[in-house]
Design a protein around this ligand. Structure first.
Ligand code: SF4
Length: 251
């Protein structure tokens, strides 16, 4: 059993980095998903929606602006945007060029200006200036897909009608072995079947936060991960060794 002996001595070998082909991944069960969430909740109690907002209108606009952009960058432009356009009615009548000037640094600023002005017009025309409270109505707003709708319904109203799947949720859920797909719609459906509805909003917060702080796309800190023992990712041992080496260098 050379493979087992290597592992017992803690050596990082090819055998410990890559499990033998065909080795089953741990089952994606509601119990395992629940345990993962319990541990992430304990490790990251501060995980929250990182987009600054004071109401549902501000959150829907900020979430549209966050496409292909960091939340930090969005948080830099929204104070000025909402100073100039504090309500859907004021944004609905704004000139595109004036809005573009404010949001330019978030990228894709022309398309985003079109989306947020169009969204504001629809809020005024179809919803009396309020952000609607259902997935169906939300996803009819210009620039709003299921991900944005889930974020807004969850964080502005506490309504769980979906699980927002961004790049972090997609990566972390796949590595953990809770899902096996690169399609956000499939991943959302699978997560919704594994996780009880009363945890859907926190699921997004926790997986995003964990993806940013620990389970980085290129350099995951597997050696410091609170759900290491529940993770199905075949490269976690190798990355755990990297984490220990980086830790030793820091000391
Ligand atoms: S063990 Fe590594 S890959 Fe798995 S969730 Fe933790 S950081 Fe991500």
């Amino acid at each position: 059993m050379p493979r087992a002996r290597s592992k017992a001595r803690g050596r990082t070998t090819r055998a410990t980095r890559r499990p033998p082909p065909g080795r089953p991944r741990p089952a994606a069960t509601p119990a395992r998903a629940g345990r993962v969430l319990d541990l992430l909740e304990a490790a990251h109690p501060e995980a929250r929606c990182a987009l600054h907002h004071r109401n549902a209108y501000e959150l829907v606009v900020a979430t549209i602006l966050s496409a292909q952009c960091t939340d930090e960058r969005v948080n830099k432009v929204t104070p000025e945007l909402f100073r100039r356009y504090p309500t859907p009615a004021t944004l609905a009548t704004a000139r595109s060029e004036a809005v573009e000037d404010v949001i330019r640094s978030t990228g894709f600023f022309r398309a985003k200006a079109r989306s947020i002005i169009g969204c504001a017009k629809s809020l005024v025309t179809d919803h009396g200036g309020e952000v609607p409270r259902s997935m169906e109505a939300m996803t009819r707003l210009p620039g709003v897909g299921r991900k944005t709708a889930s974020v807004v319904l969850g964080h502005a109203y506490g309504i769980a009608q979906g699980i927002a799947v961004d790049t972090h949720v997609l990566r972390v859920a796949n590595r953990l072995g809770l899902v096996g797909s690169d399609d956000p719609a499939e991943v959302e459906t699978r997560l919704m079947s594994l996780i009880p509805r009363d945890r859907w909003i926190r699921t997004t917060d926790l997986l995003i936060f964990h993806g940013r702080k620990v389970c980085d796309a290129r350099r995951p800190a597997c050696g410091e991960c609170p759900v290491f023992h529940l993770c199905a990712w075949e490269s976690k041992q190798a990355h755990a060794a990297d984490t220990s080496r980086a830790g030793a260098r820091r000391r």
